[in-house]
Design a binder for this molecule. Sequence first.
Ligand code: ADP
Length: 260
Amino acid sequence: NANLSLMLQIFPFGDQRHLLLVQDVTDLQKADAMRRDFVANVSHEMRTPITVLMGFLETMQSLDLDRSQQSQYFDMMMSQAQRMKSLVEDLLTLANLEANTSPAPLQEMSITTLMALVKNDAEALSRGHHILSFEISNSNNLMGEEREILSAFGNLVSNAIRYTPETASVKVRWSVNERGEGEFSVADTGPGIASEHLSRLTERFYRVDRSRSRDTGGTGLGLAIVKHIANRHQAQLIITSAPGQGSTFTLRFPKERISE
Ligand code: ADP
């Protein structure tokens, strides 16, 4: 196996004898490489808005701008600061989720209430530009951690809105399948995703289109967060998508986490 990393150690062992210790360190090295990639990614993601912010500040210092130009600059600076804030918030959320490997508590939440909160946020984000629909086919209760569930639902809905052109549609639905599992799904008519990307979407900072993700205010951590939350709720994240066909993201909860 060309990808295998082995560590060999030789220890003297009695007279003329040696102990050869062979250790498979492939996973250790992989984890180390992932950690280094992660730190490099975070630094890069932070440096970009800071550089842009400094550019604006320098321009403001050297040019005598009138009030309306100043206000334009302030708006642009605010959006860079906002980007850094979102990144730091998502990093903290992810760090907390990674530190907490126990299953999420069984706190009962009504789907109707959750859906109403999701709808409020979606409408504020879309600002009337998309055709949004919300449907609840079974008004169950879901057992889980409310903040996490709202964050997972919200991330999927905000992605659908951010990647779908204005006037196109986003359908949010709660239903129970024939096996009694609860499904929260978000179907959009956006650009869709090619199959080679699908298995990597939940990796931290993996993006299909870097510039589009940044333009839409993405941190590149949303789906990594959703995946962690899904794991903590024994839920599956199912992604079906094809270029030009839109995407559907479904969170499927085991029937033990659903109640009437
Ligand atoms: P980001 O902050 O970049 O949106 P995510 O982790 O939420 O990060 O998503 C990872 C990538 O998956 C995105 O950069 C985008 O390329 C792709 N993606 C996510 N949701 C959708 C969607 N509904 N339609 C098309 N592409 C999507």
